[in-house]
Design a protein around this ligand. Structure first.
Ligand SMILES: Nc1ncnc2c1ncn2[C@@H]1O[C@H](COP(=O)(O)OP(=O)(O)O)[C@@H](O)[C@H]1O
Ligand SMILES: [Mg+2]
Length: 312
């Protein structure tokens, strides 16, 4: 089966000379929720703007449902809905008119029942006759989502969907995303919030400085790259770590009352046995210990830092 989105060696250099994408390769499977996770300025909006036909690539190619986005842009574009990062809507139209018009733009036959369903799902039904101008920021964002869905796309892009939105809209949005996925819609979201990727995505791609560092199943990402932290609560606080404990990469925490050790869970050895032996030899006694699995956040921060160091 062809991928929903197939990206090959995609690059983008803006007119300013800035290289926003540096040879990105990525396949998004049909029906999955894919999260593109990366810090601000990583190239997320640039990437999806190219796929959606809003920005021209400098090199490489993209196919949507097998349709090249340049040669066969109509077919590619018809398959896509985009909820942009920035608010931009026709302020003088009513919600109903604007959303229906957007459907028409894609050459779809009017379907008031479908538009009604979308507006109800987004709690916009009460506002269908309101001018968009008069709506709050959160409501305007709901209109953007309704517009993106107006032509029943089978791929939906959400660019930073919950940046600056209230809890209610976030909840409605996730419910909608789950419903859409259940209906077979492929969803690509960009985010710099780890929790968002962790909560929603089937697969996660981590992007920084225009490069896709890795793409993994969420569960595998957390398993393979997962680290654990062992915290030892000492009997009595110490001012500094004894020299005999060098080489374990330990940290002193809680004002000398705790020693923290990080280790890879995937490796053959964790180093815990040697650590405990060295602690005993150094005469350090502890009264309790805990281990904690690292979150996607820890993994992300580490990968981004490693990438920064490599760039130096
Ligand atoms: N039109 C443009 N001209 C020049 N540089 C741009 C333009 N748009 C974006 N950039 C730069 O490209 C980089 C990636 O931007 P963007 O794709 O918006 O990142 P993200 O969405 O991950 O925050 C940023 O450094 C940004 O300043
Ligand atoms: Mg962006």
């Amino acid at each position: 089966m062809t991928a929903a989105i197939s990206i090959r060696n995609l690059s983008k250099t803006y007119a300013s000379g800035f290289e926003a994408l540096k040879g990105v390769d990525l396949d998004v499977a049909r029906g999955e929720i894919f999260a593109l996770l990366g810090p601000n300025g990583a190239g997320k909006t640039t990437l999806i703007s190219i796929v959606c036909g809003l920005v021209n690539a400098s090199g490489g190619s993209v196919a949507v449902n097998g349709h090249d986005i340049v040669r066969d842009y109509r077919a590619a574009r018809a398959a896509i809905g985009l909820v942009p990062q920035e608010l931009a809507t026709n302020a003088f139209e009513s919600v109903w008119a604007d959303v229906s018009f957007t459907r028409g733009l894609f050459g779809r036959k009017p379907d008031p029942a479908y538009i009604e369903k979308v507006l109800r799902q987004l709690s916009l039904w009460d506002k269908k006759d309101s001018k968009i101008l008069a709506l709050s920021g959160g409501m305007k964002r709901r209109v953007l989502i309704a517009k993106a869905l107006a032509h029943e796309p089978d791929i939906l892009f959400l660019d930073e969907p919950t940046a600056g939105v209230d809890v209610e809209l976030r909840r409605d949005m996730w419910n909608l995303v789950r419903d859409l996925r259940a209906a077979g819609v492929t969803i690509v979201l960009t985010t710099h919030y780890i929790e968002e990727a962790e909560e929603m995505a089937d697969r996660i791609g981590i992007i920084t400085r225009g490069e896709l560092l890795l793409v993994k199943e969420k569960a595998a990402l957390m398993r393979d790259l997962g680290r654990k932290q062992l915290t030892l609560q000492l009997n009595s606080p110490i001012d500094a770590l004894p020299p005999g404990l060098d080489g374990h990469g330990l940290e002193l925490a809680a004002e000398g009352g705790e020693i923290v050790y990080s280790y890879e869970t995937g490796g053959e050895r964790t180093g815990i046995t040697t650590l405990l032996r060295d602690l005993a030899e150094a005469g350090i006694r502890f009264r309790d210990l805990q281990t904690r699995q690292s979150s996607l956040e820890d993994i992300f921060v580490r990968l981004v830092n490693e990438n920064r160091e490599a760039a130096r």
